[in-house]
Design a protein around this ligand. Structure first.
Ligand code: GCU
Length: 345
């Protein structure tokens, strides 16, 4: 069976650390967080940070992962899932995984774009045609192998794959949007990313970067006129209550990543790491199944709560966003990643 690059890299590093540990070395191989057993190999109680609610499909899939992992490793490796930004918003969570105070986190692609510009390719409108295409890309070792290990040396972060964010759409507090002209001068919340700030501008809006957990109050208080997200988030964090006009702009298919502290990953024995990676792969598959069902449910529930969903002039949106690619994907590595992504469409 072909070993993935991620697996081989992790394995090589684990072997190196193992040797250091035999020689009485400490530090790099020590399990980084509270309650963990130093030196790895036998297990640890890991913590995972996510900014979604308990009813969001990503949290549901992770709780299921946690149960399966504990069972498969006879409780040696466990994952406690902390939802609702209780351990911090995504920017903080990223830092905490990097310094080892938290083991794992789900972060949006926009966060990783700030550490390696190649990640911007996957945050680009029109990169992915749909969820199926996106999953094909992120599960292609050939396409993402290097990208997903690119932050190991500098940040001690390993990307293990991800969950779809589905298609993202714009929603507003006052009236539905049909064309980008309807967004003129509107304060549109975006994630903390230069690309998405430029995306807001290309749509004629005033981009306002902000953490996820602040958006509800932003919309409610009038600091924001609009935000953009998928139906599931729109419903689960209740943005529909304060921005009831959901317009199906379908401007990009977003991506969340599972990141793990690289030393933590490398501290697992070869067998346990394989179990961990297998259970995680099953979790990604489960999430894809949940996603569609939860999206339909979210639409129904948001409608019952007073939201309206409307169609837009799709060509006008695609046209407004078409220049972003040449503006942002300027490096050869970005262009190569873009081409490889589009080839799998
Ligand atoms: C989605 C995504 C999150 C992200 C959020 C946002 O909900 O799954 O990872 O943080 O959008 O817009 O900030």
């Amino acid at each position: 069976m072909k070993r993935t690059r991620l697996f081989s890299t992790a394995l090589a590093a684990a072997m190196a650390l193992g040797l250091a540990a035999c020689g009485g070395g400490s530090g790099a191989g020590e399990a980084p967080s509270d309650g963990a057993k130093a030196g790895g190999a036998d297990g640890a109680k890991m913590r995972l940070s996510i900014n979604q609610t308990e009813e969001h499909p990503s949290t549901i899939a992770l709780e299921d992962f946690s149960e399966r992992l504990a069972k498969a490793t006879e409780d040696r490796w466990t994952v406690d899932v902390y939802p609702n930004e209780t351990l911090g918003a995504q920017q903080e969570s990223l830092q905490m995984v990097s310094n080892g105070s938290v083991d794992l986190a789900i972060v949006s692609g926009t966060q990783l774009e700030n550490l390696n510009k190649d990640f911007a390719v996957f945050n680009m409108p029109l990169a992915f045609d749909n969820v199926e295409h996106q999953m094909k890309v992120i599960q292609s070792e050939e396409v993402v192998g290097e990208l997903f290990t690119s932050l190991e040396d500098s940040q001690k972060l390993t990307v293990l794959g991800g969950f779809t964010q589905g298609a993202r759409h714009v929603y507003t507090t006052d009236a539905p949007v049909k064309t980008p002209a309807d967004l003129a001068g509107k304060k549109l919340r975006v994630q903390e990313s230069d690309l998405h700030l430029a995306m807001a501008k290309a749509l004629g809006a005033e981009g306002t970067p902000m953490a996820y957990g602040e958006v509800y109050t932003g919309l409610q208080s009038g600091v924001l006129d609009a935000a953009e997200n998928n139906e599931v988030s729109y419903y689960t964090v209740k943005h529909f209550e304060v921005a009831p006009y959901f317009s199906k702009t379908n401007h990009l298919v977003g991506l969340d990543y599972l990141i793990i502290n690289t030393e933590r990953l490398n501290s697992m024995s070869e067998e346990d790491r394989q179990v961990f990676l297998d259970e995680w792969k099953a979790t990604m598959d489960y999430h894809v199944k949940l996603w569609d069902e939860k999206t339909q449910e979210a639409i129904k529930q948001a409608e019952a709560g007073g939201a309206t969903f409307s169609e837009v002039d799709a060509a006008a949106f695609a046209d407004a966003l078409s220049g972003l690619k040449d503006q942002f994907l300027t490096e050869d590595s970005q262009k190569a990643l873009w081409d490889a992504t589009r080839e799998l469409a």
